[in-house]
Design a binder for this molecule. Structure first.
Ligand code: 13P
Ligand code: SF4
Length: 351
């Protein structure tokens, strides 16, 4: 049962002491989240993994996050993902073969090697981060995409952004890039389904990828809510589509969403476009300040892969670690690690 797991997790944690740290992403379910020593968005957790002295980093999040932890931590540190099936469907929308092929095709239309910087959202596999490291590119997260894109435009005139079309467009537009100068590269079509002229005129080439959770939020949900609650404040994650982000009062990462609501005016209504577990916890946390938090989607928008991590898996990995056995270690191969680290460090050096 969950109760028994709680006790076993606590006992294993006590046995491991400072040798182990549990990181919890904001989308984790309560039964897991409450055991995290540190919680945060992707950037905060990556930085924590890079600075942690713990021998074991147990990452309650999804696969790409644990890979980042393995890449940034010291070689003798071990990163563990409690359930290996906890992936990210958006990260899976771009893979190395597709990106390599697209890059080659781009090079037949323009001189991509000189004109284009590849940028991968942190929600991507390690070999894509390595691709960026090899091509003088960079990684971004939802909390630093703008600074990262500014860094890119200082060097080259165009960006190939993957895998999330929406984060790319939302960030580019807020930086003043007109929509016509952002084109969508459909990797299922030859030359991304674009003409040479479209590529030449584009500042941003956006990979056709999206988050299955955030795509559920639609701008008419904002209109309907505002009709009944005209003073409501709308907050969205930048993985939501362009129309939602344009109508939102604030757009930011999971950590920024929490900060905005926590520090916002008391006795207010909030409409939030991000994952359900975060929204439910926030709702409870701020209700005593008179803040009413509402989830935007009429249907349940929950990240099913984040949900895979349950107290049973957490208890299992911790008990094994406490007995000296490592299970579910995430290890990026050395070549990808070196190149991916370069792209991640390009990002981290900006802050
Ligand atoms: P954050 O970096 O904002 O936590 O986002 C990660 C993520 O997967 C959102 O869907
Ligand atoms: Fe991936 Fe979307 Fe889940 Fe975030 S919410 S981990 S982007 S599937």
């Amino acid at each position: 049962s969950d109760e028994e797991c709680d006790q076993r997790i606590q006992a294993a944690k006590e046995k491991l002491g400072e040798r182990c740290v549990i990181l919890g992403h904001h989308y984790q379910r309560n039964e897991v989240f409450k055991h995290a020593d540190v919680s945060g968005d992707s950037l905060k957790l990556s930085k924590y993994a890079a600075e942690s002295k713990a021998e074991y980093i147990v990452f309650c999040g999804v696969h790409f996050m644990a890979e980042v932890s393995d890449i940034l931590s010291r070689p003798e540190q071990i990163t563990v993902l409690p359930d290996l099936a906890a992936g990210c469907s958006m990260a899976d929308m771009a893979n190395r073969a597709n990106v390599e092929r697209s890059w080659k095709e781009l090079n037949t239309l323009i001189n991509a090697d000189e004109q284009v910087t590849p940028v991968t959202y942190i929600n991507s596999a390690a070999d894509l981060k390595a691709f960026c490291g090899q091509h003088e590119g960079i990684v971004c997260t939802s909390s630093n995409a703008q600074q990262v894109l500014e860094w890119c435009f200082e060097k080259r005139e165009k960006i190939l952004f993957f895998p999330d079309e929406h984060l790319g467009r939302n960030t580019g537009y807020r930086m003043g890039i007109p929509l016509e100068e952002m084109v969508v590269w459909d990797f299922n079509q030859p030359m991304g389904g674009l003409t040479k002229e479209q590529i030449e005129n584009a500042k941003m080439i956006l990979w056709k990828g999206f988050c299955s959770v955030h795509q559920m939020f639609q701008d008419n949900q904002i209109d309907d809510f505002k009709k009944k609650n005209p003073n409501a404040i709308v907050v969205a994650h930048p993985e939501a589509n362009f129309e939602v982000c344009e109508k939102a009062d604030y757009v930011g990462s999971t950590e920024a969403i929490l900060k905005t609501v926590r520090e916002g005016k008391a006795n207010t209504q909030w409409l939030i476009a991000t994952e359900l577990n975060l929204v439910n916890r926030l709702k409870e946390e701020v209700k005593d300040q008179g803040k009413q938090v509402h989830f935007m989607s009429p249907t349940v928008a929950m990240c099913s892969t984040m949900f895979r991590t349950d107290p049973q898996h957490l208890a299992w990995v911790l008990e094994n670690l406490a007995e000296g056995t490592v299970v579910n270690q995430i290890q990026v191969n050395d070549d990808d690690k070196q190149m991916a680290k370069k792209a991640l460090e390009n990002m981290l050096s900006l802050f």
